[in-house]
Structures are given as structure tokens and as C-alpha cells.
Design a protein around this ligand. Structure first.
Ligand code: C5P
Length: 258
């Protein structure tokens, strides 16, 4: 079965193999310590998916857990969502680039100078020979837990979520970043605004019938793929399953239409 990837209003058929689908999945290793995280990683070894290290794990286990995942052959997304003054973010980006992660993020709300500073930090680490390949740097637009009501009533942004996401995506592109974190529901608009090569990383993935939890703007794995997302961030649907490898397998089947 094939997928329909919507770009610029037209439909394009594009089929994925199981390996291609797995390479699009970033498993959120939201675990309290390295042991729990690496146990889960062992269960998914060889599946071909990415590992996402976020605040819970990194603040507990530090850089060593990232190095261990890299030594086991995983591609790693370090999800620390930096948001600080440009000079601090530049230094943070330098340290992250030295760590050898494949992708990391900053908040678009930090502004263009802050995002550019992250790129400067990466460049400095690479030029100094401290980092191998430069990681992909992307910007968080609006958290997938943020609803239109929260955006308007609490954050004070009067535009729709989609408009706010696209505005941040354009800003990130102007700052030299390669993509954004957004919900699958905004992928078509982001690609239209920033081009098909602009990377979209989408949390808020919920298989049919799964608990929404704290997420607000969600889509199923199949729908996310149909909307043209590049990477699907999936946490609890895999990590809280009795058999995570089986849960991943079911998701990959949905993504490939098998
Ligand atoms: O368990 P669940 O699939 O909801 O996990 C989503 C993961 O994606 C979490 O690790 C969360 O921190 C992350 N994330 C998100 N929304 C963003 C950026 C990252 O949910 N905008």
C-alpha cells in the first residue's frame, strides 16, 4: 500500500519500506535513570529507530548515556529545548555538538539572534575539530501540549496555533536552522512556507484509541506519515507498552500500510 504525501495542495504517492519507516521513528526515552533507559534501548536494538534523550534522562544521567547510545549505534536526538540569551545558547550548542548527537533543538521563542547563536556554536565546535559531523539543529515552535485556548488565554498570542507555528518556522529558517518541532497537523503548512527539505519532527503521535495524556494536537502514526512528516517522536505509546518492541512493530506496520 502507498502513502499520499500532500505537498502544495497536490497529492503524491510515496511508499516506505519497514526500514525507511523505522528510520523516521524517534523513541522518547523518558526514563528516570540510565539503567531504565538502556534496558529499553536494548529491547529496541536493531530496529533502526532513533533514540530521543530529553530532560528527565539527561538531567539524571548526563552526557554518558548519550555516548552509550551512540556507541550502540543509535542516532540520537538530544531534546533539551534550549532557551536563553544568545551567548549562553552558543556555548550550550558547542558542548552539545562535541557530544556527537545527530540532532538537537532550541526554542524558536528565543528569537532569531538566539537561534543563530546556536548555529555559531555548532560551527565553532566543528571548525575546532571537537565535533565530527555537525548535528541538525531545529527549533521548537509551539509545544504539542499547547491548545489554541492556552495560546490565546495564557501565552497571549492571538493568532491560530497554525499561524504561530508557521511564523516560528519561517524565523527558524531565516536564522539558518534546518527544521522545526511541530505537531503533525502543521506539517503541510510548514513545508509550504519553508520548502519540502525543511525538516519536520513531530511529537503528539497517538495510535488510534490511545490515551491523549497531556498532549493536545495529535495524530495517528499513519496520518502523520500521510501528512508528510519527516520524523515521528513517540514516547509512551512505545515506552509504556508491556512489550515495547511489539508496540514499535505495530506502529511500523501502520506506517508502511502492511
Ligand atoms: O509520550 P509522548 O509520545 O507524548 O512523548 C512525546 C515526547 O516528545 C516527550 O518526550 C516530549 O518531551 C517531546 N516533545 C513534545 N512536544 C514538543 C517537543 C517535544 O511532546 N513540542
Amino acid at each position: 500500500m502507498a502513502f499520499y504525501r500532500r505537498k502544495k495542495g497536490c497529492s503524491q504517492v510515496s511508499g516506505f519500506t519497514r526500514n525507511e519507516a523505522a528510520a523516521k521513528v524517534m523513541v522518547a526515552l523518558d526514563k528516570p535513570d540510565a539503567d531504565a533507559a538502556l534496558r529499553l534501548a536494548s529491547q529496541l536494538q536493531g530496529a533502526g529507530c532513533w533514540m530521543k534523550v530529553g530532560m528527565e534522562l539527561f538531567y539524571a544521567a548526563g552526557p554518558s548515556v548519550v555516548r552509550e547510545l551512540k556507541s550502540r549505534g543509535f542516532r540520537v536526538f538530544l531534546d533539551l529545548k534550549m532557551h536563553d540569551i544568545p551567548n549562553t545558547v552558543r556555548g550550550g550548542a558547542r558542548s552539545i555538538a562535541r557530544l556527537g548527537v545527530d540532532l538537537f533543538n532550541v526554542h524558536a521563542a528565543g528569537g532569531k539572534a538566539m537561534m543563530s547563536a546556536a548555529m555559531d556554536g555548532v560551527r565553532e565546535a566543528v571548525e575546532a575539530g571537537d565535533a565530527g559531523q555537525a548535528p541538525i539543529v531545529i527549533a521548537v515552535t509551539q509545544l504539542t501540549s499547547t491548545s489554541e485556548a492556552v495560546l490565546r488565554d495564557e501565552i497571549g498570542i492571538a493568532s491560530s496555533v497554525e499561524e504561530a507555528v508557521v511564523r516560528y518556522a519561517r524565523l527558524a529558517k531565516e536564522a539558518g536552522l534546518q527544521g522545526v518541532v511541530a505537531s503533525p497537523l502543521e506539517v503541510v503548512s510548514v513545508k509550504q512556507a519553508c520548502g519540502s527539505a525543511f525538516v519536520t519532527v513531530t511529537p503528539g503521535i497517538r495510535p488510534k484509541g490511545a490515551d491523549l495524556g497531556d498532549q493536545s494536537r495529535v495524530a495517528t502514526p499513519g496520518d502523520a506519515v500521510r501528512m508528510g512528516t519527516d520524523y515521528l517522536v513517540i514516547g509512551r505509546a512505545i515506552t509504556s507498552a508491556a512489550d515495547p518492541a511489539q508496540a514499535l512493530d505495530t506502529i511500523l506496520k501502520e506506517m508502511t500500510g502492511a
